[in-house]
Design a protein around this ligand. Structure first.
Ligand SMILES: [Fe+2]
Length: 221
């Protein structure tokens, strides 16, 4: 139950995140499998590794809070994951599928960025410095993953996804679903751009993966 006090509310939020990260350890491999761009597949796979570390980090947070590591069904993440798996069932062109996968993955990241940001602010307000610091390591990874996805979208996936656009008229009648997906793909690009706030090329996708350094510190192995 979201608590009577901020500490209980924090524990509740951590349980939500614990469940959300665990849902992702199952969803990310399926998303990676659905990706056709090699770089996108690698990005999703490397975020899976990070996600596994993030689960471990949350267990450390439970320990610091003297609470049992127990998740609480995260309906928000379940909804985002469900939407993503519906997209995966669609019969889309490879590049359009990649654009849709990026859109789904960024919705995941944005949900997590919001939740971790809240949990960090609450930890700080409660004077739980170490908890805030551990959660901050994960928040940095989520932001880096989000930026990497924006960079991938902008480095050619969105452009490739517009390749069939001129044939739309012929396909309009029987491909209603597909044209919907296409507009979803391109709006993902727009939001990706505004989210990252920068126009980064291929190179930055690579440098974003340099954030692995952050990951090691909190790894607690
Ligand atoms: Fe995560």
């Amino acid at each position: 139950m979201a608590g009577n006090n901020l500490r209980e509310a924090l524990v509740d939020e951590i349980r939500d995140l614990y469940n959300a990260e665990k849902q992702l350890t199952k969803a990310l491999p399926k998303m990676a499998k659905g990706a056709t761009s090699e770089e996108l597949r690698e990005a999703l796979e490397s975020h899976l590794e990070e996600t596994e570390d993030q689960v471990t980090r949350l267990e450390r947070v439970f320990e610091l809070l003297e609470e049992k590591p127990r998740g609480k069904h995260c309906a928000g993440m379940a909804g985002i994951v469900e939407e993503g798996s519906e997209k995966l069932q669609e019969d889309a062109e490879d590049s359009v599928m990649d654009a849709m996968l990026i859109a789904s993955a960024q919705k995941v990241e944005h949900y997590e960025i919001g939740s971790y940001g809240t949990a960090i602010a609450w930890s700080e307000a409660l004077g739980l410095t170490e908890v805030a610091q551990i959660l901050g390591e994960t928040l940095a990874e989520e932001k880096a993953a989000d930026e990497k996805l924006s960079a991938l979208a902008e480095s050619g996936i969105n452009e490739a996804a517009t390749a069939g656009e001129s044939e739309d008229e012929d396909m309009e009648e029987d491909e209603d679903e597909e044209s919907e997906s296409k507009s979803a793909g391109s709006s993902a690009g727009a939001s990706a751009r505004s989210a990252s706030g920068s126009k980064s090329g291929n190179g930055s996708a690579r440098s974003a993966s340099g954030s692995k350094g952050t990951r090691q510190r909190g790894g607690r192995r």
